[in-house]
Design a binder for this molecule. Sequence first.
Ligand code: TYD
Ligand code: MG
Length: 456
Amino acid sequence: MAKASSAFVCQSCGAVHGKWNGKCDDCGSWNTLVEEVQSAPGGLSAPKSTKARGGSSLEFTALGSESEEPPRLQTGLPELDRVLGGGAAPASALLIGGDPGIGKSTLLLQAAASMASAGINVVYVSGEEAIAQIQGRAKRLKVDASPVKLATETDLRTILKGLKTEQPEVAIIDSVQTLWSDSLDAAPGSVGQVRACAQELTRYAKRTGCITILVGHVTKDGQIAGPRVMEHMVDGVFYFEGERGHQFRILRGVKNRFGPTDEIGVFEMSEAGLHAAKDPSALFLGDKSDDIAGRAVFAAMEGSRPVLAEVQALAGPNALGSPRRSVVGWDNARLAMLLAVFETRCGLVFGARDVYMSVAGGYRMSEPAGDLAAAAALASSALDIALPASNVFFGEIALSGGIRTVGRMDARLKEAARLGFSRAYTPVGAPNNIDGLEVIELSSLQDLITALQKEG
Ligand code: TYD
Ligand code: MG
């Protein structure tokens, strides 16, 4: 047997170092290196040396194939299926990450119950909650009659043994941070344990064809390993996000071997669990009063789904000397860039003012196409021009002050027209054939300011 060796693993990024250090050289975090004793390099799942086993012969096949893709398993939650790429692929290992309390267990219990009711053998293993607690949640969700097989366990070996006997089609493990494997002398939740357990469960999925869904908490605290260290092992990584104070939750794919990654699922958290949101494209709009400066609506795309979101800006006088910039739902660096472009290309100076930006409803603006809406909200606030609530904006702003074209302009415009918007500010080249929608093409940020001044 290999001699037990010890390594210092960064609990934030998973980098392995030979000796202890106050700072992780890989990610720069402080106090995140923890000693982990490993029985073999790579821990539990390090494969036996191929050389020692002699290896077996490698078989080659052609690229073309006669065999049909095995059917996807429908989870019973269409929004979840959409993000998975049309249901869960057999033998896939999937990771659902998200902040504690965001609703991961609720989502998966609902999916488990609906699959089990459809006759699928579903096992739900919780390492976090007591049976009574889960049963209580099931009652609240009105799914307690569903034949889901429930267990509470944290020992990986016991879980794998149980799965071997039960042979489920779907296994849900909530959460991978609570699991521990005896082959590793490290605390549950440490990077080494999380990695080893996730690897073992992924292999289980591949070996048996069981769809294995792992829950992982994302935390900024260095003590608990984030799901990042598992991302490369599993077939799909999905993040469940949303603001605690809002009822909307978005499931977003960041990796998917069996489908696109840019689709989102939009849910609403209610007293009785999660429901597909009714009109997802209109969820992130504010009220429609016309007379407040500093608001603009962004026509966004999330995969194939258009979403309209209200961007709010407040450029106020600064009382303290050093101006504050604060952003919710957008990127700080992008705001800094936009302010610099305003100053250099248009002479609109924010220098001494506090700037606050926020996107309504907990939506996160991740597309560069959001620049123009952010710019409109900022200019509207700085110039104190209230914009009609019936305007929408999209376009990427270049450092030169030019407005670049973006993808899927027709889909954005059609959705805006469907939701009753009557004017769109767009990059040059946007289609202008949509009923009830006036399209105003802008080639530069200065054009935007001129157009807004006309609106005022
Ligand atoms: P949970 O699924 O336990 O979150 P996670 O597994 O991601 O930690 O969800 C917890 C929150 O959801 C909790 O604050 C209560 C709320 N909730 C509802 O609002 N309605 C419901 O029907 C359920 C089951 C939970
Ligand atoms: Mg949970």
